[in-house]
Design a protein around this ligand. Structure first.
Ligand code: SF4
Length: 647
């Protein structure tokens, strides 16, 4: 490791007169930040796990990065959102490198599908992968391939997130032939892995981290080196990301891609081409037989006509021939004597597909939930673990010396019981670092005493009336955050009919662009859903109100949620109080956390859900939210703003 412990103490860095005060223009000493840094250092030195809730404004990234780098161990920092990754890599880490650890070696790693596969690029005939006469695109791409050092598609500013061209060129693990590739040495993934091996600090996202942890034995897909310390920022997201990666997924698109890739590879073995056509046909028949309605549904407890059926049994007549076709093709190709690297790679894919299909369709493990997702013409079959805690204990908490879990929202009702039990963190040190902001003067919470029930017909009209009233108080400058697309679209259309302020809606443009437009448009109002509830930072006067349509309970009929609730009930726990409420509290705290991002910010937090006042569990929510005045009166909101001179 190249980091030298050349600094005296955390006090020297964080305290008044220290390095941070001297070098950071707007730095203010925050005792809570220093305390967090000391707790992180203690946990690492003592090889303990630590859960630390760091309220907004704590400066938590420096509070974990600086002690982590003193540890002289390889550290991985994992975040849920790209915004935070970029803040770490482009802002915090260069600062630390410049003033504290000049020898620091850092690698920023994204998922493999963010990077170009040179083999695909050189072997693809452009005519096969460019659409709609996008010849210019290919020319730009070729210029970039010659110049890029990272192969990271983020450098291609002109390429849309969903550009179909990229799907044919990305370096995803399942199509990589590993060391047999003739481009292996100059491959961007090989180089990234090499950089990571020589690094003290690696910045990743949760998806990459958990896909690697789930791939312990697959050397082709694996990109992360061994590490001793893991910092999980935005740790409240870990359960869902881990759940997605410790299960299996099989999609109709994946089989289409496989058949498309098989055709050129098997040109040398034409006797197999008939089987590939057969596979395509069987897969089409199988996936077309799934119910047409879009959404997420249970596979083995599929609701129909008031009852439940096991769709796997109903679809067995189509599943069996599909499975057999895959099985035969896999076995025959496996026995081929002169396999090329490409044939090896499709044998691996077919073997994985066969195993995943069998697990999803032929087994019933009480620890798994079997479900499917129907979107457009695509179907995705899922097998997900109901409880990730025992898995995380095995692959993470018992293997890694010290795991630091942090977020602005880890506690519910003032303790860590919920997150600790959901993630299976064994005996962590726990610490709550209060927000540096004074919510009692900077924010006001609006919760009406009486409000129609969210499902009643009167709800929408009343919500619209209150939204308009609050927007008049703040003169726009608001986020309207909804728990469903349907509700978001309905409110957006109504506001659009009589627009008093510039109105934007999620989906109109990429998220970061939309945020930029929101920040730079005076009086803007943005309608959005869950993806804007976190990782979004709008400082200053652009955001004066966050309005939330109702308590963000997860939908109990979602297969994974239903299975988790059921598991708790079977164990004698109250699933509503032990899962639904704490999960919604964390989401709500995230949503409200968008509002106050600096000491100068002032704003209204409005929640149109009188269950906060009328139901016994409402108290749990209110006790978990920042301590700010509560009102149900729009005039009080107006006075709050007039007294501050904000409007
Ligand atoms: S090693 Fe894998 S990812 Fe890299 S160029 Fe070759 S096939 Fe593509």
């Amino acid at each position: 490791m190249s980091v030298k412990n050349r600094i005296a103490s955390l006090d020297d860095i964080f305290s008044p007169g220290g390095v941070l005060e001297k070098q950071l223009p707007n730095y203010e000493f925050r005792p809570s930040q220093l305390n967090m840094a000391k707790a992180v250092l203690d946990a690492m030195e003592g090889e303990r796990h630590l859960c630390v809730e760091a309220g907004t404004g704590t400066g938590k990234t420096l509070a974990y990065l600086i002690p982590a780098l003193r540890s002289r161990k390889r550290v991985i920092v994992s975040t849920a959102t790209r915004n935070l990754q970029e803040q770490l890599f482009f802002k915090d880490i260069p600062f630390i490198k410049k003033y504290l650890f000049p020898q620091l070696a850092v690698t920023y790693m994204k998922g493999r599908n963010n990077y170009l596969c040179l083999k695909k690029y050189y072997e693809h005939n452009p005519q096969d992968v460019i659409f709609g006469g996008a010849v210019e695109e290919w020319k730009h791409l070729s210029g970039w391939v010659r110049a890029t050092e990272t192969g990271d598609r983020a450098e291609l500013r002109w390429m849309r997130d969903d550009d179909p061209l990229w799907r044919h060129l990305d370096a995803r693990g399942e199509t990589c032939v590993g060391q047999k590739c003739q481009h292996f040495d100059e491959c961007f993934i090989t180089k990234m892995r090499q950089r990571a091996l020589e690094s003290d600090l690696i910045v990743v996202n949760h998806a990459l981290l958990f896909s690697n942890l789930a791939l312990q034995t697959d050397e082709v897909g694996k990109t992360l080196p061994e590490f001793a310390v893991l910092i999980l920022d935005e740790a409240h997201e870990v359960e869902d990301v881990a759940c997605a990666h410790f299960g299996h997924q099989i999609s109709s698109f994946q089989i289409e891609d496989l058949c498309r890739d098989l055709q050129p590879i098997l040109k040398q073995l034409p006797e197999y081409l008939g089987r590939v056509i057969d596979l395509e046909k069987r897969a089409e028949e199988f996936f077309n037989a799934f119910p047409a309605e879009e959404g997420h549904f249970s596979l083995n407890f599929f609701r129909r006509n008031g009852g439940q059926v096991d769709l796997r049994l109903e679809l067995a007549a189509l599943y069996t021939p599909l499975f057999k076709t895959i099985q035969v093709l896999h076995s025959q190709l496996q026995r081929e004597n002169q396999k090329t690297a490409e044939v090896d790679s499709v044998v691996r894919r077919l073997g994985q597909l066969r195993q995943d299909l069998q697990e999803v369709f032929s087994e019933t493990n009480p620890d798994h939930v079997y479900w499917f997702e129907k979107r457009g013409r695509g179907v995705v079959l899922h097998l997900s673990p109901i409880d990730v805690a025992p898995i995380l204990k095995d692959v993470l908490f018992q293997k890694i010396e010290s795991v630091i879990l942090t977020s602005a929202t880890l506690t519910t009702g003032g303790n860590f019981d919920y997150i600790r039990s959901r993630l299976g963190v064994p005996s962590p040190v726990e610490m709550t670092v209060p927000s540096e902001f004074d919510f009692s003067t900077q924010a006001i919470l609006y919760v009406p005493h009486s409000f129609p029930e969210p499902r009643s017909p009167e709800y929408f009209l009343r919500a619209l009336r209150d939204i308009r009233a609050i927007l008049d108080v703040t003169e726009g400058h608001a986020f309207l955050l909804f728990t469903s697309y349907q509700q978001m679209n309905r409110v957006y259309r109504s506001l659009e009919d009589n627009p008093r302020y510039p109105l934007f809606k999620q989906g109109e443009m990429p998220k970061n662009e939309l945020l930029e437009v929101f920040r730079s448009t005076p009086h803007a109002v943005l309608c959005a859903t869950a993806s804007f509830w976190q990782g979004v930072d709008v400082q200053g006067d652009a955001l004066r109100a966050v309005i939330i349509d109702k308590l963000p309970f997860q939908v109990p009929s979602e297969p994974v949620v239903a299975a988790r609730l059921n598991r708790l009930e079977q164990g004698g726990d109250n699933s509503f109080l032990n899962y639904s409420v704490p999960e919604a509290i964390i989401s709500l705290k995230q949503g409200l956390g968008r509002l106050i991002r600096s000491r100068k910010d002032r704003g209204i937090l409005a929640i149109f859900d009188s269950r906060l006042r009328t139901r016994s569990y409402g108290r749990l929510f209110l006790e978990s939210l920042p301590n700010c005045p509560l009102t149900d009166n729009i005039v009080t909101l107006r006075n709050f703003f007039q007294s501050s001179g904000s409007v």
